[in-house]
Design a protein around this ligand. Structure first.
Ligand code: NHR
Ligand code: GAR
Length: 217
């Protein structure tokens, strides 16, 4: 993004939308970014109400209404492209995307994943971190590629796992960290500071380490 352009953003959700809320709250004072729309694959996602309350357009596309993943993703791309987004943000979006989709938004698609990538890709990450006996756990923002949870990491935040932790308590503490790092990553992208190119993810023209920027509270 150059100084004179506004970064148009579309956010995809499936659930509560607390990351969406954190991003909307953080970007209110940023003139270089605009959240155009929120799209959910579930009609009952609470994040749709958050969008409505913030005056952001909402769309629901139920994946069950489509014959296969590609038909769903094609419809999703049509909805998203109405807004000509510079950035598409997955915020608790729970459907695996086809290579057609990830290629279409290459270099402008971010996700937040609740683990210290490359550890614990996929689902049920908090329980898996406990079961593995990990000393720490956390969350990562990454550029999305066709490799599930495998794209270049932008930023990570870690916390210690307590001896008496359960998945629910751990998830709550990780969530609080997510609400710090996701708005920061989106802000960096909107300000033109964060990019993905052939060399990988770059912040302020410098390559990021493979585990991304390490955020400290
Ligand atoms: N798509 C691609 N191609 N690459 C990524 O890195 C993606 C992606 C789609 C979503 C988010 C991801 C996460 O952060 C994400 C990253 C859903 C599943 C999943 O198994 C896995 C990872 C992620 C999101 N979804 C099931 C499915 O069949 C449905 C599960 C459900 O509905 O509860 O799509 O963890
Ligand atoms: C977040 O913890 C996010 O990391 C996770 O879902 C939660 C969504 O919360 N994402 C995934 O598990 C993706 N598979 P939110 O709707 O309140 O932002």
């Amino acid at each position: 993004m150059t100084d004179s352009t506004i970064c148009n953003i579309v956010v995809l959700i499936s659930g509560s939308g607390s990351n969406l809320q954190a991003i909307m709250d953080d970007l209110t004072d940023l003139t270089s970014a605009h959240i155009c729309a929120v799209v959910s694959n579930r009609a009952d996602a609470y994040g749709l109400i958050r969008a409505q309350q913030a005056g952001v357009a909402q769309h629901v596309l139920n994946h069950k209404d489509f014959a296969d993943r590609l038909a769903f993703d094609n419809a999703l791309m049509q909805v998203i492209d109405q807004y000509q987004p510079n950035l598409v943000v997955l915020a608790g979006f729970m459907r695996i995307l086809t290579p057609e989709f990830t290629r279409h938004y290459a270099q402008r698609l971010l996700n937040i994943h609740p683990s210290l990538l490359p550890k614990h890709k996929g689902l049920d990450t908090h329980q898996r971190a406990i079961d593995a006996g990990d000393a720490e756990h956390g969350c990562s923002v990454h550029f999305v590629t066709e490799e599930l949870d495998g794209g270049p990491v932008v930023i990570q935040a870690a916390l210690p796992i307590q001896p008496n932790d359960n998945a629910e308590r751990l998830a709550q503490r990780v969530h609080a960290l997510e609400h710090h790092i996701y708005p920061l990553a989106v802000r960096w992208f909107a300000e033109g500071r964060l990019r993905l190119n052939e060399q990988g993810a770059q912040l302020d023209g410098q390559p990021l380490a493979s585990s991304g920027f390490q955020f400290q509270l």
